[in-house]
Design a protein around this ligand. Sequence first.
Ligand code: ADP
Ligand code: MG
Length: 654
Amino acid sequence: RRPMEGVPKIKALPDLPNNKIAAGEVIERPASVVKELLDNAIDAGASHIAVTIEDGGKRLLRVNDDGMGMSREDLHMCVLPHTTSKLLTEEDLFAITTMGFRGEALASISAVSKMRIVSRSRGSDEANEILVSGKVLETAQATGSGEGTTVEVRDLFFNVPARRKFLRATSTEMGHINEQIARAAFSHPHIAFEVKNNDRITQSLPASQSRLERISKFYGAELATDLFQINREERGVRLEAYVAPPAQSRANANWQYLFINNRYIRDKYVYHAVKEAYRGLMEHTRYAVVFIFLDIDPHAFDVNVHPTKTEVRWSEPNLIHSQVLSALRETFQQCDLTPQLSTHRVSGNRPEVSAEEMNRLRQQMAEALKSTPPRTSDAPAFFNPDRQCDIGSGGSGRRFAYGGGTPAMPSRETIDAFFRKPIGLSGASIPNSERAAGDDDSTFDAASVGGGEDIHYSGGPAQRSNPPAIQLHRMYLVTETEDGIAIIDQHALHERIMYEMLKRRITEGPLEAQRLLLPESLTVTKQQAALLEENESLLTQLGIEITPFGEEAVAVHSFPVLLKDADVVSFMRDLVDQLAQQPTSMSSEEAIHDVLDMMACKAAVKAGDPLTCEEIESLIAQKDLVEKSSNCPHGRPTMLRLTKSDLERQFKRT
Ligand code: ADP
Ligand code: MG
């Protein structure tokens, strides 16, 4: 039953205690307006919705629908607080079938903008218009218009300067708006959507596309073709899902979409089930890409728990958890995902692009890029690598300063040399079996004498000045300290050293970059392109140079030397995800530290990498450099210490 059918429509909400808990501010930025207006158009039964945006929604947002429209009386009611046509009784609140129900959105939006609504209800021959400016009704009159409703929101926060000031760059706001449009488009595939941004049509989605087609429209065919589709119906729960193979994992959860009865929801039970389903198939720090659509009896959950309506309270959370988990698990078992344990991008399995085609594309791209005229310094700021970058130069001495009393930091040249050949990293990837026995007389391979595990010793010969250290399980280094022994996590320590070096090095100018022979192309969404644009100076600082390539891709031209062994595309993906995760209030300095942390993690030796004795020595030698500065990037210890007295106590020598 849709409560919107029938004649008497908008009413003031009775004083429902349940609705009170959730009262609050829902309009935070242009994208929140878009979300509310789309919800209203969907609730009005629209089959075609057009969205118009100017200046990232800061100047204008307009949503036009061909839904049921409003009468003259309703038009006057709808902008008043707590008026809705969607709840008739308190009972309705426990089985919500509409996107809206709080009767708050239009009132909140009209209080902070100049809002014009034109509406004509179905079957009526009269259209009406009202104009409300910051809560004040300016105009109300009859007008001419087709059936349906148009809501126009101009100059958002014009009367709340503090809020207005807080709005971000147009591209950023656009990104958030696109995200809201994507959510509406994924969850309502039967509705046609058209999006116009600054007079250009940027999205045109015909009615009755499949969900997969829509995902492909927003996130590209590359991702869409990799998705596994799941369809299930069980114990009153209908589940439709599109889940990516583990190799498509991301660095944040922004790619996990959950819709419950077509409403976008963030739910810890479902997310947990997803994590469980992927357990063992990818690193635990990664997030799977999933689009999950659940259809459930509205009595089974409560969506009136948060003003933005993006959370639910389940009556039986375990049931939904186990249903999602088993659906995903069974799918993975059938698909035999086991060989794809690597976190690197799998380049196989994409029948539609042959190697030949790929080469042709790359060639084409290289040609196209060669013919681009050189940039001048007055070129637009976007992706201009010549632009001076201000991160970390001046005024930031304290932040970047190295903690007192630590050993002298090496010079910029030394650091660059270090990054070029981090602890002789290239040697680290040579499988043990390839190392000729006796090749290096201080390397001792226990496997060859039946130990079963790799043990590498360093410091054998007498001339070495550092205490001896050994590598155990290709994971830990054990060494002598002044008053006992230390057990070091090789990855954690190396990551830590790299982080400290990077933090220091970045204050002295962009990282050393290496030009790629052929640019790598990276597919991006509009939102991601906007993020990259906004973080251009940060990229420059990291030695990454990119240019837009077509509508939905960027070309990567140069890349930091220290990541020479990393996969460019997967690093860029993670970088974009990380940028997306950063809270809007974050300063560029904080942002760069997070990125450096990620780079350090990628560039550091991994657990499982065998190390040569030089590498072990080099790591041990540098441990003092990082020991003194206490905050480890991931808050994880790099080293465990046992003092002689600990040992004595353990061995009951005392
Ligand atoms: P809610 O959606 O929670 O009811 P809103 O403030 O968003 O609250 O809208 C108030 C009322 O205005 C709605 O209940 C609906 O009756 C009417 N309304 C808003 N937008 C539209 C629209 N696009 N078409 C028809 N009616 C609308
Ligand atoms: Mg609404």
